[in-house]
Design a protein around this ligand. Structure first.
Ligand code: ZN
Ligand code: ZN
Length: 377
């Protein structure tokens, strides 16, 4: 991972934002910028009079050794009190005059920001939004390689777990198998709680696995992801126990067609909402439009849900304005996103198909190798 290139990129952003000081508190961002994977750390950027940037990683005694081994381009400081205050004091001590310190508004608690203001009264805290997340949207080659490895591992797990899907087996037993196999095959953990929803429960778009037994006949949605070297994967396949009837076949075919239309729409320069509408249109035409109740996809990387979001074009709400999830975001080569339309008919069942794709200049590479034809078990 080329941490120095990332640090340089972020330093340029800081100059654009007219910030000479910045405290990175969101741990995936700390990891992204310097390689430290511990669960407590603040990375501080401080611009010297010479124009050069100094970086320091503040952590506590539990992580001093690990931070020294992992972090690139930052000196490691063991903070006695809260790391964020130690970071502020360090920036303040090198400040030539009272100055603004940028912080991640979405990732600093009100209590922490108050403590900061009290500790270093001459600092003016300047909230920023998604500065690092915006850089993280475009994956570098090392990241794409890691993501591919995570996607392939999850895909192997899916193949291996198919044999366990039988009527009467509880959903959470299937989820447990998925998680066990993932760990056995080398995953560090799961990207999120494994979702297994069968029969009528498959109509719950985000139903976590329950103790309900798999039915004698019906859809089973399996949605899961693994973490490998910090990078997440995310895939959904829907299989059918027993032979699907005509209505179920239609439903599956419509979702698959929508998913393929979504993938077909992906390319650098295309708006995220256009990809969403490509998938949504197919479902509307086939009469399932009102049963597609979520967005078409999301970015994936060090976190399972990252910008950009692939949602319907809508009047931006206040909440959307504060995040990077603005409608109308344009896809760029190097983004890794999911395409995951679904149909959920209450009391009947649901289907979702989800792949991860890498956006390229003229289209996309489908990262998920698992087949999408309807599997009847
Ligand atoms: Zn998923
Ligand atoms: Zn997803």
């Amino acid at each position: 991972m080329n941490f120095r290139a990332r640090q340089e990129k972020f330093a340029k952003t800081l100059i654009d934002e007219r910030l000479n000081y910045f405290a990175v508190t969101h741990l995936p961002n700390v990891r992204y910028l310097c390689g430290f994977t511990g669960s407590a750390g603040v990375l501080a950027f401080s611009r010297q009079q010479t124009g050069r940037w100094k970086l320091a990683l503040f952590t506590d005694g539990r992580y001093t050794q690990q931070a020294r081994e992992q972090s690139v381009g930052a000196k490691v400081v063991t903070a006695k009190g809260p790391a964020v205050i130690a970071a502020a004091e360090w920036m303040f001590s090198s400040a030539r005059k009272p100055t603004a310190v940028g912080f991640e508004a979405e990732h600093l608690s009100v209590a922490a920001s108050r403590a900061l203001s009290r500790a270093v009264s001459k600092l003016r805290l300047k909230p920023t939004s998604s500065l690092i997340e915006n850089i993280r949207m475009i994956k570098d080659v090392d990241e794409v390689a890691q993501i591919r490895a995570a996607v392939n591992l999850a895909s192997s797990v899916f193949d291996a777990v198919l044999g366990d899907i039988k009527p009467g087996v509880p959903e959470n037993r299937i989820a447990a198998e998925i998680e066990y196999l993932s760990r056995r095959m080398g995953a560090e953990g799961m990207s999120f709680d494994t979702l297994v929803a069968a029969g009528k429960r498959s109509a719950l778009p985000h139903g976590v696995a329950s103790s309900n037994p798999l039915p004698a006949s019906g859809f089973v949605i399996l949605d899961f992801g693994v973490i490998l070297a910090g990078y997440c994967s995310d895939m959904t396949r829907t299989v059918h126990i027993g032979q699907p009837d005509e209505a179920s076949r239609k439903m599956y075919a419509a979702v698959l067609k929508a998913q393929l239309a979504g993938i077909e729409a992906v390319a650098a320069g295309v708006k995220t909402e256009e990809v969403d509408s490509a998938a949504r249109k197919v479902l509307h035409k086939s009469g399932f439009g009102r049963y597609f109740t979520h967005s078409t996809g999301h970015g994936v990387g060090l976190e399972i849900h990252e910008p950009p979001g692939l949602r319907k074009a809508a009047v931006p709400t206040n909440a959307a304005k504060k995040t990077a999830r603005k409608p109308g975001q344009v896809l760029e080569a190097g983004m890794v996103i999911t395409i995951e339309p679904g149909v959920y008919i209450p009391g009947v069942g649901g289907v979702r198909i989800e792949d991860m794709v890498l956006v390229t200049e003229h289209g996309c590479d489908i990262l998920t190798p698992t087949k999408k034809e309807l599997i009847a078990i």
